[in-house]
Design a protein around this ligand. Structure first.
Ligand code: PLP
Length: 347
């Protein structure tokens, strides 16, 4: 059993260029995020520690984890959905000037789950460290889709989730940077598992699956991929069919597999159903874990108007997406959009 766990730990470590001893298995990305976001990880244990999270984080980060709400500040993003480093420096400088002895932790994601927009993590790490803080990076969405190297990024902690890289649900990892060396505040105390940082008998089958998925992801990253060409072609065609369509965050560097688009006045819920009836699975940009479509806090933070944001859907491509799948999608889109235009004209 130990050998199987060790192997999986090595495989997950390889995904982000760390040593296996830096990987702590958790029940998923959510638990990794909440474990990381503890006042004790801002530096020396200090109850007054402060947490900064970007406005586009996953809900498990957005709330500041185990920081009290009054010690959580939100960092702004540009209209393209990228964390604004100039503003970040200004916000942190103002904080450090006002509270020079208060440790702080900043949490940013490597890639956004709704728009795919890549975040300038290395630049953020250098600003945060220069000003004396620690950085946590939610790598859940980026892992396996772009090369991630924890040391090169400079983050002090990173969260991963197996099911986002094709592994099983209910398993993830918190990866500790060499700078942190140990977790100061364990989430679950009890037995000696996971270096005592996360007690409880390990989810062995889940962890093995995570390791296998991580290994496959590392190998896939080493191969050249035509995903971005396929995604760009898809976007061009979507807009050729519907010139009123807007691709969200189109001008910034994004994950190659992600496309988020909307048409003013179209409802995302209706779009998901219409695509589903045509045999195509897309998700509402703002679909939450309960399956309900709520207003997207990501698009709101980007300043996207409600009438457009309410129609945002996310299309995810994979290495097994074929030209036939793209054709099926475009045929459905042509039909759905034509019906939308006809209804609008009739109204
Ligand atoms: N962080 C991001 C960016 C995510 O997209 C998700 C899940 O969608 C999570 C964290 C949570 O991961 P998990 O589902 O493993 O708890």
């Amino acid at each position: 059993m130990r050998a199987l766990l060790d192997r999986a730990r090595q495989q997950v470590a390889n995904l982000v260029g760390v040593d296996p001893g830096q990987v702590i298995f958790t029940s998923g990305g959510t638990e990794a995020n909440v474990t990381a976001l503890a006042p004790a990880h801002a530096g020396i244990a200090n109850d007054a520690a402060h947490c900064f999270v970007s406005a586009i984080e996953h809900p498990s980060v957005l709330g500041g984890g185990r920081f009290p709400a009054e010690r959580v500040s939100i960092l702004s993003v540009s209209s393209d959905g990228v964390i604004d480093c100039t503003q970040l420096r200004a916000d942190l400088t103002a904080f450090v000037t006002a509270s020079p002895d208060t440790p702080f932790l900043v949490a940013v994601m490597a890639a956004n789950n709704e728009t795919g927009a890549l975040q300038p993590v290395a630049e953020i790490a250098s600003i945060v460290h220069e000003l004396g803080g620690k950085l946590h990076c939610d790598g859940v969405q980026a892992a396996g889709k772009i090369p991630l190297d924890l040391d090169a990024l400079g983050a002090d902690m990173m969260s991963l989730s197996a099911h986002k890289i094709g592994g099983p649900q209910g398993v993830g990892a918190l990866v500790l940077g060499r700078s942190l060396a140990q977790l100061n505040d364990r989430l679950i105390s009890g037995g000696g598992q996971e270096h005592r940082w996360r007690a409880g008998t390990e989810n062995v089958s889940g962890i093995i699956g995570f390791g296998i998925a991580a290994d496959a992801a590392v190998k896939a990253l080493a191969r050249t991929s035509n995903l971005q060409d396929m995604r760009d072609r898809l976007e061009t065609e979507v807009m050729a069919i519907a010139p009123d369509a807007v691709v969200i965050a189109q001008t910034v560097e994004r994950l190659a597999n992600t496309m988020c688009f909307a048409v003013d006045g179209m409802s995302a819920e209706n779009l998901v159903i219409a695509f589903d009836l045509a045999g195509v699975a897309v998700s509402a940009g703002a679909a939450c874990s309960s399956g309900k479509v709520e207003r997207s806090h990501v698009l709101e933070a980007m300043g996207v108007e409600a009438a457009l944001a309410n129609g945002a859907v996310r299309v995810s491509l994979g290495h097994d997406t074929s030209d036939r799948d793209i054709e099926l999608f475009l045929t459905a889109w042509r039909d759905i959009h034509a019906r939308f235009v006809a209804r609008r004209q009739a109204a």
